[in-house]
Design a protein around this ligand. Structure first.
Ligand code: AMP
Ligand code: MG
Length: 478
């Protein structure tokens, strides 16, 4: 029987870049692919036919056993600073099938993660274990629900093959959908090869794809636009207590999407020093360090772009410094606007920062849950929190023209009822990987799809971990 049309419409612009940016490659087929998660809603949004893809034929495509017509699979080349150290990298366990054009002309990368070895695999096996792929699916879809730019997850397929980590684990392939997979590390790679023509082509390509308002060639404006998008993205992370966990430059996307869900996790009790990643021993990527690290990564991008900014190196450095110098203010601006909304504030007063900081300090002292404290704030109820703080917040609310109901409404739209709490994520993953029971995972996904609405089905997902989140650890490269 012929595979019915699923609606794929590929146009692979990345393969028209200079050949040094990628290697043509094929996913390594797996033994017995089985579709365990499929994102019907995303498929429909992409103009794909969910009915056709939620099938054995779909499992073949999402495992890499069958290549959809029009795809032209490649592994992308890139470099990156990992924990501060420069390394040549590339897709070691991922394959970009191609770019699918959605109904509205939107260009989306369709990539398989865990699809076998490539020329960039180094010592890795090119594979992924089921647990971490399900975890990426949950967290990326949760981020989307929270309104934070992110890559998406279309499907998870089990391979029927074991992968060997500390123990044998079931293998899986995730289908990741992204505006693109162009990273800061892609620019570092071109710069490292000292191929200015290729660097210029990559930059013009990125401008056209993600910053289409700009004329190609206006490299300085491009740099500032990237800085602006990252400032906004990291502010959004901070506002919901998201900790990326591995903000290496190869994990920062030029599209401004959150990418690479390895050791990420959400903070429960407020503590700026929170780190979950087992390999982040010095806390480089701790919660409060994220804006500074984004700034550091953007500095690596600016360095790579120097040859394009000005032919005079000193001038180029001056320009880059001036543009980079805008990051802290832009971050602060987005963070402060977001915090004001979380506190129901429509207008601005100079002392708002003090009000916000003293709330955070109070949370830190009392080890209060970050998300729940914010969601439960009520101008007319002193709820277990510092009464003095509450009085100054109430007074502040009274000084704006909007009434309390309007303030509450604003707060409900900016303080999620649910976040993907670590213990709930673990429970759902455990049921799926140990018992093949996907019910808890589906329930969790349903709740995370609209995290700002109250509902009785949400109640158990609001509970912080009974034992606190101390000791919770996440892992990389799994
Ligand atoms: P990540 O920590 O996921 O950002 O990965 C960093 C680099 O290691 C990327 O180049 C990945 O492609 C590569 N990598 C991670 N896991 C594997 C694996 N199992 N096999 C081959 N390459 C891998
Ligand atoms: Mg990565």
């Amino acid at each position: 029987m012929k595979f019915p049309e699923a609606g794929w419409r590929f146009d692979n612009s990345y393969t028209r870049l200079p050949g040094l940016f990628f290697s043509r490659t094929h996913p390594t087929p797996v033994r017995s692919p089985a579709l365990v998660l499929f994102n019907r809603r995303l498929a429909a949004e992409m103009g794909l036919d969910p009915g056709v893809l939620e099938s054995e034929a779909g499992a073949d495509v999402f495992s890499g056993n069958a290549i959809p017509s029009g795809a032209d699979p490649i592994a992308q080349a890139y470099a990156g600073h990992q924990f501060g150290h420069f390394t040549m990298l590339g897709d070691g366990r991922a394959v970009l099938l191609g770019e699918h054009l959605g109904a509205d002309g939107l260009r989306l990368d369709v990539a398989l993660k865990g699809s076998g070895r490539t020329v960039y695999s180094r010592r890795g096996d090119g594979r992924a274990a089921l647990g971490p792929m399900l975890r990426e699916y949950i967290i990326s879809e949760a981020m989307h629900g929270l309104g934070i730019p992110t890559t998406r997850s279309l499907a998870v397929v089990t391979s029927g093959e074991p992968v060997f980590r500390e123990e044998a684990l079931p293998g899986a392939v995730l289908t990741r959908i992204a505006a693109s997979h162009i990273r800061v590390g892609t620019f570092e790679y071109a710069a490292m090869l000292q191929d200015v023509a290729a660097l210029r082509t990559l930059t013009d390509y990125t401008i056209q794809r993600h910053y289409p308002g700009f004329e190609p060639g206006v490299f300085r404006f491009f740099l500032e636009a990237v800085i602006e998008r990252q400032a906004l993205l990291v502010a959004k992370w901070m506002l919901v207590g998201f900790i990326h966990g591995v903000m290496n430059t190869d994990n920062m996307a030029l599209s401004g999407e959150t990418i690479d869900y390895g050791p990420c996790a959400f903070m429960d009790a407020y503590d700026p020093a929170t780190v979950f990643s087992s390999i982040d021993r010095n806390g480089r990527y701790a919660y409060a360090n994220q804006p500074g690290i984004a700034h550091w990564n953007l500095t690596r991008l600016a360095e790579a772009l120097l040859p394009l900014l000005d032919s005079n190196e000193n001038k180029a450095v001056e320009m880059a410094k001036e543009s980079l110098g805008k990051f802290p203010d832009r971050f602060h601006h987005h963070w402060l606007s977001g915090m004001r909304a979380k506190l129901g504030l429509f207008n601005q007063e100079a002392a708002d920062v003090v009000l916000i900081e003293s709330l955070l300090q109070g949370m830190l002292r009392s080890r209060s849950d970050y998300s729940n404290t914010l969601r439960e704030l009520d101008p007319e109820k002193v709820c277990g929190f510092d009464a003095e703080w509450h009085a100054s917040w109430s007074a502040r609310l009274a000084r704006q023209p909007q009434n309390l109901e309007q303030a509450r409404c604003l707060m409900r739209r900016h303080n999620p009822v649910v976040i993907p709490r670590n213990h709930q994520v673990e429970k759902a993953l455990d049921a799926a990987t140990a018992r093949g029971d996907y019910e808890p995972l589906h329930r969790l996904l349903a709740v995370l799809a609209n995290p700002f609405e109250d509902g009785p089905e949400k109640d158990i997902y609001r509970e912080p971990p009974p034992e606190g989140s101390a000791g919770y650890q996440t892992f990389c490269g799994t």
